[in-house]
Ligand binder design. Structure first.
Ligand code: RAT
Ligand code: ZN
Length: 417
């Protein structure tokens, strides 16, 4: 066992533990290369990330309509974002800086502002190799995808049993079941499940059968849904019945936690499509009610509103079947990661997962994780320095254990318990 004798050695031990910890990225929107165009990668995808599309419209001349933008080819959309957000706008936002971090990590010198050079680089890459390169560079052991059986294209790839690299794991995403029952019914009926628009007991058992069949096909790490900020539980509604009679029982039967991402306000500005969603304050009692109503089930939860974070962390101290994760979407900015990670460590120690990338573009793993590592390192330096004052002397191995816990170890322990 190595000893740490000085505060300086402690600080460098913490920084190096965070820099070198292996990450399990528990929520992304990546796909296997075998699922064709669904896997996004490369500089044009980086530049047209929906976070940056939204920024473009804060800067671009008003003559640029949403219709005109969406009708443009992807490379032209990317050029426009490059021009307005980067060259004229200064690239200071987290999403813009992220593109530059990612390209830099791939060895591209963006100081030259040469977009054509970046395009040439990606044109020469093989996607399977690129996937491994990016996962290696980011030091990720595996990333969990988002796999929606209600989407015909996604479902088709799974039905064909195409290969999935070991480092990509599945998550069964079921939003339509909770937020768009008629379209969920249409998909399930077309698949041979006897589910009615006005569901009876048989319908709920057929929904369970649908979920269990898809679990057998996909082998998901968890079931997941993203919900609006006005999600309430309990309540007299079809949504609550689906949760109680189908979703939670099926998840328990196959041994999966249910991940709930709550707080989005979809279509706040529909013209922006994915970029048009906003944030609203959620009711944390919906989470605590689920945890107490289903003590044998497990819940993974992340909330979108900054003001919900403290209440959620307190809830996680009360319910051992609740694991909180990530600084989601608008919370994935350095200042909020810093605040949330401090608060969570202060309330939970290492019993949470500090971050997920939500990467929609493969190369985003490179920035989302390096930016998070930098913030986490400084938070942990402070926390270990505080401990040092008490005469507690952690070993480098203990610091590495804690770093790994926050970046995937605690998640694995939650799955296993
Ligand atoms: O972060 C995002 O890109 C969001 O658009 C969503 O993907 C969100 O994370 C979700 O999974 O619904
Ligand atoms: Zn997501």
């Amino acid at each position: 066992m190595t000893r740490i004798d000085t505060v300086g050695a402690l600080e460098s031990s913490v920084r190096s533990a965070i820099a070198s910890a292996t990450i399990s990225d528990i929520h992304t929107h990546l796909f296997p290369p075998s699922h064709g165009n669904l896997l996004l990668w490369g500089v044009d995808e980086l530049l047209t990330y929906h976070y940056l599309v939204a920024e473009l419209f804060t800067l671009a001349p008003r003559e640029l309509s949403y219709e005109r933008f969406w009708a443009m080819p992807k490379a032209a959309q990317a050029d426009m974002i490059w021009e307005h957000v980067f060259l004229r706008g200064g690239a200071l936002s987290e999403a813009a800086r992220g593109v530059l971090t990612a390209l830099n990590k791939l060895g591209l010198d963006m100081g030259k502002r040469d977009l054509a050079q970046a395009r040439r680089y990606f044109a020469g890459r093989d996607v399977d190799e690129h996937l491994q390169t990016v996962l290696d560079l980011a030091n990720i052991d595996y990333a969990v995808m988002t796999n929606n059986p209600f989407n015909p294209a996604e479902a088709g790839y799974f039905q064909r049993g195409l290969p999935i690299p070991e480092r990509l794991k599945t998550a069964l995403r079921i939003d339509p079941l909770l937020v768009d029952w008629p379209s969920a019914v249409a998909v399930m009926s077309a698949g041979g499940y006897d589910v009615k628009l006005a569901p009876d007991a048989k319908s709920f058992s057929e929904v369970r059968r649908f979920l269990i069949d898809w679990s057998r096909r996909m082998r998901p790490v968890y079931f997941a849904a993203s919900l609006e900020n006005d999600f309430l539980y309990p309540q007299e509604s079809l949504q609550a019945q689906v949760i109680e009679k189908a979703l939670v029982p099926a998840a328990m039967e196959v041994g999966c936690p249910v991940a709930l991402m709550i707080g989005v306000r979809r279509n706040l500005n529909p013209g922006l499509i994915d970029g048009g969603a906003g944030v609203g304050v959620a009711d944390v009692s919906a989470v605590t009610s689920l945890c107490s109503r289903f003590p044998q089930a497990k819940f993974l939860v992340t909330l979108l509103a900054r003001v919900n974070q403290h209440e959620l962390a307190v809830a996680a101290r009360k319910f051992s079947n609740l694991h909180i994760f990530g600084c989601w979407w608008f919370c994935n900015t350095p200042s909020i990661i810093d605040e949330m990670t401090r608060q969570r460590i202060e309330l939970l120690g290492t019993a949470f997962t500090a971050q997920h990338s939500d990467a929609r573009v493969l190369d985003q793993l490179l920035y989302k994780w390096s930016h998070t590592r930098a913030v986490m390192a400084e938070v942990l330096v402070d926390k270990y320095r505080d401990l040092w004052q008490t005469s507690w002397r952690p070993t480098p191995e203990e610091i590495q254990r804690d770093a790994r816990a926050l970046l995937g170890g605690s998640f694995a322990a939650f799955l296993a318990k």
